[in-house]
Design a protein around this ligand. Sequence first.
Ligand SMILES: *Cc1c(COP(=O)(O)O)cnc(C)c1O
Length: 426
Amino acid sequence: MTRAAEIMSRAASLFPGGVNSPVRAFRGVGGEPIVIKSGKGARITDVNGREYIDFVMSWGALALGHAAPEVLDALGRVMQDGTTFGAPTELEVQLGELIRERMPHIEMMRFVSSGTEATMSAVRLARAATGRETILKFDGCYHGHADSFLVKAGSGVETLGLPDSPGVPASLAALTLTAPFNDLDQVRSLARSTPLAAMIVEPVVGNSGFIPPEPGFLEGLRTIADETGALLIFDEVMTGFRIAPGGARERFGVTADLTTLGKVVGGGLPVGVYGGRRDLMERIAPAGPVYQAGTLSGNPLAMAAGIATLTALTTDTHRAMDTAAARLVDGFRGSASRAGVPLTADHAGSMWGYFFTSGPVRNLDDARKSDVAFFKRFFHAALDRGLNLAPSAFEAGFVSSAHGSAEIGSALSIISESLEAASGKN
Ligand SMILES: *Cc1c(COP(=O)(O)O)cnc(C)c1O
């Protein structure tokens, strides 16, 4: 028995499915997950001693790579002074200022400890501010696991809120309407017939694979929100500090009323943020009546990791990551075309993704047309050759500032070989 198999058999008796978050299990690809021992830069090493170039990057949380020296230094310094107080510190003010410099429309914010908490709290605030209960989300967008978000379309009945999970009250799920991404007509008709508290969207979808917005889509959401009195929430837990230094507002020129952040903003420690218009945020307790709290919110270690990360994410760093992702996607497309494999691949900044279909992929239904059986063979061929990709055909990938030209070059060779192997050509 390998060390990984031994650890996973102990994990299986402790944790449902052997994991502490479902995406970590290899249900989408078969086989057993690799068990990680360590990471450095763009690479990880598993407990069996194998090394991989990593494009999962803790699901996008790591913008500077694993064990980034800036982050380790900051953690080492800050932890000497205590790890949590449940009281104000200067660190949370510093991180808040760094966020607002890059995203000035986040006039005020609140730190929480996960993306799930951020989106859940933003919707509570939107409901309180509008006096409305119904929200609209998009098929295939993930906004954390709060009850209101575990809803997508029932088959053929795109607009009927049905719970995706047992345990979500049907009466609550009924308050969540859904529409296909990139479909403004559906949004318009839903928003006109039902008063919405908010429309929440991933400005670039990363949670049903990588799906960019079509030109005019986000602008259209803004217009519909303004016409109907709904608030627009950009869930930038994944896109924040990835698609542009200032996120969706900078990249697309569309400003949300409320924005949620997570992943990169915590530099690899648990942080979430929700924030936006001052008049809205002043409704949050204790400034206003909308209750939301957290024992470890603004945790000093998490703040220090976030400060170190945002400080290192200069315009040049963003440009380098964008270039690396562009080279990766171009090379992937070239190899697929040589191997005769249908592929749709793209990137926005340091976030990228691919589907084994000729496309175009505009929404979840299009994404479902991709060849999942081929993906599974490709995934395992790549993993065997030392490339760690997300174990699902419907996840985005991420480069970090540690993915230099050597790592991208090696990754492209592995991708090319793996496409051939998955096609049964060697
Ligand atoms: C990851 C993610 C979340 C949930 O964040 P957690 O920290 O896992 O709770 C919410 N929204 C989006 C867009 C995400 O990618």
